[in-house]
Write a protein that binds this ligand. Structure first.
Ligand SMILES: [Zn+2]
Length: 390
């Protein structure tokens, strides 16, 4: 279906040494230069952080359509003419369909051909999430980019489970496209298929044929090794339309992001930078630091010299450390502000390096400093999935 003239994705610069590119994602709520990282505001808010801080630390957010439709409810957000006005946040917002929640045992009842049978985490009420229902929710929430309903198989699923999950994802994806009629909103089709090369290829070819407005790679950063994650990404990407915007769901470690950017991915989301911040792991241009360590006890300088975030402009590393050690929400907020602003500055450096033709060097540098830490996980870090449904 022809889209509104208010939305478009244009590639403005292509790296000559890799598939990295610069793009402009034009939405009704502003234009974001890609590649960029978006913070996760599942319920329309993050942990210890809200839209006032997001305004200064993010180029966009991703929220969860399913969760917002349960609380506060679709009628409430509709009364505000959409999620942007409800939150008073005015940059691009993505919506995940919420199928990802099926990885949480407390949510998922079962799946059928029709959709996902959930029970509400708030009141235990049972409901069926169908492609028609999620499209109604996502269109009424009036976000900029929304996801088709997919089926996310857990890490360590069997081949048969991945096949069944992919069949559901294709059936529901096609129905999502049928029920999506909003012209000023991008609909993204999601590639699934676990860590099976041929299933990923099949899924990506199908997503391309369906001609969604954008493409996402899902089912990664859920406990697999980094090698498995990049196998899934590498199997998917060659089959997707290079002109479409590409989102990688759930990946947020700087080293993984530069690697994914070099493969042609445009946008990223993950709870990892904010989750790490609340535990005292600060991201800097010298790598990660553990601010809880004793060497920061009397540090009068900021968390990172040269950082222009509210926290670094205002407080010493020692004070933030003190608050975090006391488990104070204010300390978690200050730490989170730093890491989100770091992600924004880091993505700006990624874009600058692509424009200057120095991206490959920059990528190696980030991978070197972020993977030198012997505690840096060798598995893909991203989504926090506590329990996996088998
Ligand atoms: Zn800072």
């Amino acid at each position: 279906m022809p889209k509104s003239a208010h939305i478009a994705f244009t590639i403005t610069h292509q790296d000559t040494h890799s598939a990295a590119r610069i793009g402009l994602l034009r939405t009704k709520h502003g234009t974001a230069e890609t590649p960029y990282f978006m913070a996760v505001a599942t319920k329309g808010v993050g942990k210890c952080i809200g839209p006032d801080d997001y305004a200064e630390t993010t180029d966009g957010l991703i929220a969860n359509a399913l969760i917002l439709s349960i609380r506060p409810g679709l009628d409430v957000i509709e009364a505000f003419d959409g999620v942007h006005h409800f939150m008073n946040y005015h940059k691009p917002i993505f919506l995940d369909c919420g199928a990802f929640q099926m990885l949480r045992e407390s949510f998922l009842e079962t799946t059928s051909k029709k959709g996902i049978h959930f029970k509400s985490p708030f009141d235990g009420k049972r409901f069926l999430l169908t492609p028609e229902k999620i499209m109604e929710i996502e269109q009424k929430l009036d976000a900029d980019c929304v996801m088709a309903l997919d089926d996310v198989a857990p890490y360590n699923a069997t081949r048969a489970q991945y096949e069944k999950s992919l069949e559901n994802a294709m059936r529901w994806g096609a129905l999502s496209k049928k029920y999506h009629t909003k012209k000023d909103q991008f609909l993204y089709g999601i590639v699934q298929g676990g860590y099976e090369k041929d299933l990923r290829e099949k899924s990506a070819q199908w997503v391309r044929e369906m001609d969604f407005d954008g493409n996402a790679i899902g089912g990664v950063a859920i406990g697999e090794t980094r090698a498995e994650m990049f196998l899934a990404i590498n199997a998917s990407l060659p089959h997707l339309d290079p002109k479409k915007p590409k989102h990688l769901l759930g990946v947020g470690s700087p080293d993984d992001i530069v690697e994914a950017v070099s493969l042609g991915l445009d946008t990223f989301d993950s709870v990892y930078p904010t989750q790490a911040a609340r535990h005292g792991t600060m991201f800097t241009f010298q790598g990660k630091i553990d601010i809880i360590k004793g060497i920061y006890a009397k540090e009068k300088g900021p968390i990172e010299k040269g950082c222009d975030c509210f926290t670094c402009r205002t407080f010493s590393a020692s004070y933030v450390r003190h608050l975090l050690k006391l488990n104070e929400p204010a300390g978690k907020r200050y730490a989170t502000i730093h890491n989100l602003r770091f992600m924004q500055r880091f993505m700006e450096e990624v874009r600058q390096s692509i424009k200057k033709g120095t991206f490959e060097t920059y990528k190696k540098h980030i991978i070197d400093i972020y993977r030198k830490d012997k505690h840096h996980p060798t598995h893909a870090v991203g989504t926090n999935v506590s329990k996996k449904k088998q």
